[in-house]
Design a protein around this ligand. Structure first.
Ligand code: FPP
Length: 246
């Protein structure tokens, strides 16, 4: 008999500061049920709500979720539009609730290039929640990590050209300042459901020392128990950051 993990099993002194999740498997979840793919995304959004609540409750400082990648534009226009509409609905519905729960909305990616109604809603959410003091919900939208790194390089070059910084000033700390996540700690734990064992261009720079955790479950089936299992696994890992065992 296996014991279901519960919140009391967590070591409160080793709660990850930052958890990142690639919310994958929505399409396959829907297909297995004979439903349209968008039904999987709706079910995924519902799961996200419960995970956000739970992460805030256990004291996670940052929760990053991959909601829409720059590569997702390659999907059929119908699906892209449906995902964007879902995002809009989610934002309209959830922003006030997130605010009441003291959560700060942070977006990683070129969100200003999204359709105007979505960009406006995002802007409202960021503005409304910017003085909150609780968990940061970092939503990756219109985001691709390689594009982010290229943009950082370009912005750095502009600052070198304008004599704002010297080439000799460039180090890891300064480079971080040019990323969307400049104000966030790096993820400690990266979770990917759906059985895929890859990173898919998500926070490549930032996850250099993150612990990785995978599950076969599709995102719409992901439960608080799965998150607990991921955190418990994380708490049992030894993080050496390239050094030696203490
Ligand atoms: C990947 O599953 C999922 C996405 C591309 C979209 C994720 C979006 C949500 C969960 C909606 C909620 C998000 C917010 C912020 C409201 P997939 O379509 O690649 O699944 P598949 O690999 O099974 O086809």
């Amino acid at each position: 008999m296996t014991t279901e993990p519960n919140i009391n099993m967590l070591d409160r002194n080793k709660i990850p500061k930052h958890i990142a999740i690639i919310m994958d498997g929505n399409g396959r979840w829907a297909k297995e049920r004979g439903l349209p793919r968008i039904a999987g995304h709706w079910a995924g959004a519902k799961v996200l709500r419960s995970i956000v609540e739970f992460c805030a409750e256990i004291g996670i400082q940052v929760l990053s979720v991959f909601a829409f990648s720059t590569e997702n534009w390659k999907r059929p226009l119908d699906e892209v539009n449906l995902i964007l509409n879902l995002l809009l609905y989610y934002l309209k519905k959830e922003v006030n609730n997130l605010h009441e729960n003291n959560i700060i909305i942070h977006i990683t990616g070129e969100w200003q290039q999204l359709p105007i109604n979505i960009a406006e809603e995002i802007s409202r959410g960021i503005e409304l929640t910017k003085s909150n003091t609780g968990m940061i919900l970092n939503i990756a939208l219109n985001y691709g990590s390689r594009k982010e790194i290229i943009k950082a390089c370009r912005d750095l070059c502009i600052d070198v050209k304008n004599d704002k910084i010297g080439i000799e000033d460039i180090d890891e700390k300064l480079f971080k300042e040019y990323l969307f996540t400049k104000n966030l700690p790096d993820p400690d734990l990266l979770i990917r459901p759906s059985g895929e064992l890859r990173i898919s261009n998500f926070l490549l720079w930032q996850i250099a020392y993150a612990e990785l955790w995978f599950t076969e479950k599709y995102w719409p089936d992901f439960k608080i128990e799965d998150l607990l299992n991921a955190i418990l696994a994380y708490q049992n890992r030894e993080r050496r950051f390239g050094g030696l065992k203490k």
